[in-house]
Design a protein around this ligand. Sequence first.
Ligand SMILES: Cc1cc2nc3c(=O)[nH]c(=O)nc-3n(C[C@H](O)[C@H](O)[C@H](O)COP(=O)(O)OP(=O)(O)OC[C@H]3O[C@@H](n4cnc5c(N)ncnc54)[C@H](O)[C@@H]3O)c2cc1C
Length: 371
Amino acid sequence: MERRPRIHIVGAGIAGAASAWHLARRGALVHLWEAADAPDAHSSGRNAAILRTAIPHSPLHQLAAESVAFYRNPSSGFCPTPLVQAHGLVLAAAAGKEADAQQAWLQDSSCAPPSRKLSAQELQTLLPYAASNDLQGWLFAEEGTLDVHALHQAFLHGALAAGAELHLRQAVTALHQQGQRVNGLIIADGTSHQADAVVLATGGWGDALLRPLGIQRPMVPRRRHLFVTTPTALVSPSAPVLWILGEQEFYCRPESGGLLLSACDSEVVLAEEGEQLQAIQKDAAIEAALERLPGLADCGLAHGWAGMRTFRENADFLLGPEPQLPGLHWAAALGGHGMSTAYAVGRTVADGIMHELGEPKLVDVPGFAGA
Ligand SMILES: Cc1cc2nc3c(=O)[nH]c(=O)nc-3n(C[C@H](O)[C@H](O)[C@H](O)COP(=O)(O)OP(=O)(O)OC[C@H]3O[C@@H](n4cnc5c(N)ncnc54)[C@H](O)[C@@H]3O)c2cc1C
């Protein structure tokens, strides 16, 4: 009988969940280890849920485009509700040099899907509360927001239906090595668990498990705050996302009768502190909102939170086999695009593992008849 490869994944955020789904679908016996009480306790449950595939870095755009094609038309039985709310995404920039600079990559098909440049009047009509006079905007009509909770749950449920096991409140404390190869891991209660391959999908905790083995893959978590305004009749629930590009980025989208907004702060933090809300950022968000959204001057901020976006030195994700350590694979450093790209992230990780293991013969996996 064909032996199913045993894969352990550290971290059950969206990167771990999507990797588990692809691997389970391809016949692996998957174990997901998550230190927190819930899979969405960290970045995957603290983000802005914006669906954006226009990214000025072609490899990331390709991952997002592949993912969004799946989110729009997922395999049968993946999720009972639509994952994409295509209310539109307006990418905007200050008229003049800034808009000219942005226009070049926005019209490059290796970085962005087709968009339409908006007239000043159209911008005003779509986003009546925004200060649109000095802005130029491009509309991506098919983008908008993602139901990130449903997406995360769908990856997890699909993986569990195919035999994966999710272990919550189980921190992985070390990797297990045999010779030059990673062949398992150790969890906080001291037990060892053997594996054919291990995936690090550790979000803001990055390469912490790798450092004791003398290898470093530097990544930094950066804290970003999100705030939600009090409800107002001025914001239509179907208004598009507005994302202002440039040095002082800012975005907002409808949420709970008001707007969810971010002044796009990006402070380097330790993972342990990455979700601590900083009062000073509330003042910065109010200031940025008053400048960008004069139509909402009478609204207050109802609540807010902070989360981590984790980056390598360049814009690339850390994806696939670790070159210095066979048996170890990455699904990390997804920056600010982890939700929009998760499907392709998981697919890339599964490809790398299956290639390393010599493409084990596929077995029939329950739960994927329609996939
Ligand atoms: C404010 C904000 C707004 C964002 N907006 C968007 C957006 O609009 N669209 C978009 O596409 N993306 C957005 N992102 C980015 C997106 O949220 C992240 O890229 C994505 O959530 C990263 O997923 P992850 O699985 O890598 O990390 P996480 O969700 O943080 O998961 C990593 C998990 O690993 C676990 N872990 C770590 N170490 C261990 C260990 N040793 N043992 C066991 N478990 C461990 C952690 O507990 C954690 O649950 C945003 C992020 C932030 C913070």
